[in-house]
Design a protein around this ligand. Structure first.
Ligand SMILES: [Zn+2]
Length: 308
């Protein structure tokens, strides 16, 4: 069956404009000062709500957090204030994330308020994406997934344990995802140079207890790869295993009664994906599950394509 399973290798503005370089503004809240001269902004703390909303219209204000506990002293920075200091100038660490969040808010959230108001009520994701933790593999970025569009779980080596594995973050995510009638496609995404798969193939036992235990989920993919491609270089074997493990995960998805039922009913499709960030290509294939088939494999693949 391994051969059959093998897929081919192969994301306040007005305030700034009215100020000169050396001006500063006392904000209408205690401890709130914006210093323009040194491009440094002190954190704004309000006395009551913890929020600075000047410069935003009523609609935008509704989107700000409603933290109003008088006993709390909440630091807050607005989109407009962020613009005043100039983004990303001589900053690092979490400050970068703050600026990116505020930029997202300004350019995306506030300008698509109706969409986000709807999302605040409920999510109806179209996809369930299972990807690796690897920082180079960002499914929302490479596939252009927007907030509300994809239910996502990421783990070491993008593995899906079988149903019998029991509770884990991934198995619970699979069960949760199955409750969304809006999800019609599950995509397991493997990738090039996967550290998790490399460790799986090395099988040295020198990883941490948790890593070793997790990687054992894909033991069959390693064995299959070694049997079929043991003559290849270790790097090539890893490449094959990166795909074999995706297929193993697709089959494991079928061990979940809630998933198998939907796939059989034709309301859910299981897809494999392989993101090669070395040459920036993406292979895609679909699991062809035919439970009614007698005397042959119930599994196959279709719709294979490579996006370059
Ligand atoms: Zn990986």
């Amino acid at each position: 069956m391994a051969a059959l399973l093998r897929a081919p290798l192969s994301s306040g503005v007005q305030l700034a404009s009215k100020l000169s370089e050396n001006e500063s503004i006392d904000m209408p809240f205690a401890k709130s000062t914006i210093s323009i001269n040194d491009r440094r902004m002190k954190q704004c703390k309000s006395l009551s709500t913890g929020l600075i909303v000047r410069g935003l219209n009523q609609s935008n204000r509704r989107h700000l957090a409603k933290a109003s506990n008088d006993s709390m002293d909440i630091e807050s920075t607005t989109v407009a204030e962020n613009k005043v200091v100039g983004r990303n100038q001589g900053i690092g660490g979490v400050e970068v994330l703050k600026n990116r969040f505020l930029e997202f808010k300004e350019s995306n959230y506030l300008s698509n308020s109706k969409h986000y108001e709807k999302l605040a009520e409920a999510q109806e994701p179209k996809y369930f994406v299972i990807a690796c933790c690897d920082s180079r593999v960002c499914p929302t970025k490479i596939l252009g997934l927007q907030p509300g569009e994809s239910f996502t779980v990421r783990n070491i080596a993008n593995l899906v344990p079988p149903y019998e594995h029991g509770p884990s973050e991934t198995t619970s995510a699979v069960e949760f995802a199955s409750t969304f009638s809006s999800i019609r496609d599950i995509v397991v995404i493997g990738h090039s140079k996967c550290g998790g798969i490399n460790a799986l193939m090395r099988n040295s036992g020198d990883n941490g207890k948790c890593i070793e235990g997790w990687l054992s989920v894909a033991k069959s993919a390693r064995i299959t790869t070694e049997a079929a491609y043991g003559y290849l270089s270790f790097e090539k074997q890893c490449q094959h295993c990166e795909m074999e493990s995706v297929n193993s995960s697709l089959l494991n998805l079928l061990t979940y009664p809630c998933i198998e039922k939907k796939v059989t009913e034709g309301v859910l499709n299981l897809h494999g994906g392989y993101y090669n960030f070395v040459d920036c290509s993406f292979e895609y294939w679909t699991l062809d599950y035919r439970p009614e088939l007698e005397g042959g494999s119930k599994y196959g693949f279709k719709n294979h394509s490579v996006w370059r």
